[in-house]
Design a protein around this ligand. Structure first.
Ligand SMILES: [Zn+2]
Length: 120
């Protein structure tokens, strides 16, 4: 972790900064949940974007898990997740419209039966 006061690298889990003596326990507690804190291990990762794209469910879980600790990584997941969901919707629409189209060739739709009976 990095000291808030002097910006030096400090051993993970240390209570006080060895350089400036700042109370790191307070820093740790204060940072959990604050958006201003930047995790040094946090970075955008296209691999996770791809993962979320192909497996949106896993992407969603990773996004929730990483949202607080790794906001950038979580955002990578979210991007893939959104792209994946959009693709699924588009794919679903294509399949659905394709099926509806082929049905009209082979079967008589209920609408046409009603209009035949009522003469509308
Ligand atoms: Zn320090």
């Amino acid at each position: 972790m990095i000291c808030n006061k002097c910006g030096r690298q400090v051993i993970e889990g240390a209570n006080f900064c060895p350089v400036c003596g700042a109370d790191l326990r307070y820093q740790r507690n204060n940072n959990s949940g604050s958006s201003g804190y930047i995790n040094p291990n946090d970075e955008t990762n296209f691999g996770y974007t791809l993962l979320s794209f192909f497996m949106p469910y896993i992407g969603l879980v990773l996004y929730i898990v990483w949202l607080k600790e790794f906001p950038k990584r979580a955002k990578s997941c979210l991007n893939g997740l959104i792209a994946g969901i959009i693709c699924i919707i588009i794919l679903f629409c294509c399949v659905y419209s394709g099926r509806a189209h082929s049905n009209s060739w082979h079967r008589i739709s209920p609408e046409s039966v009603i209009s035949e009976k009522t003469g509308v």
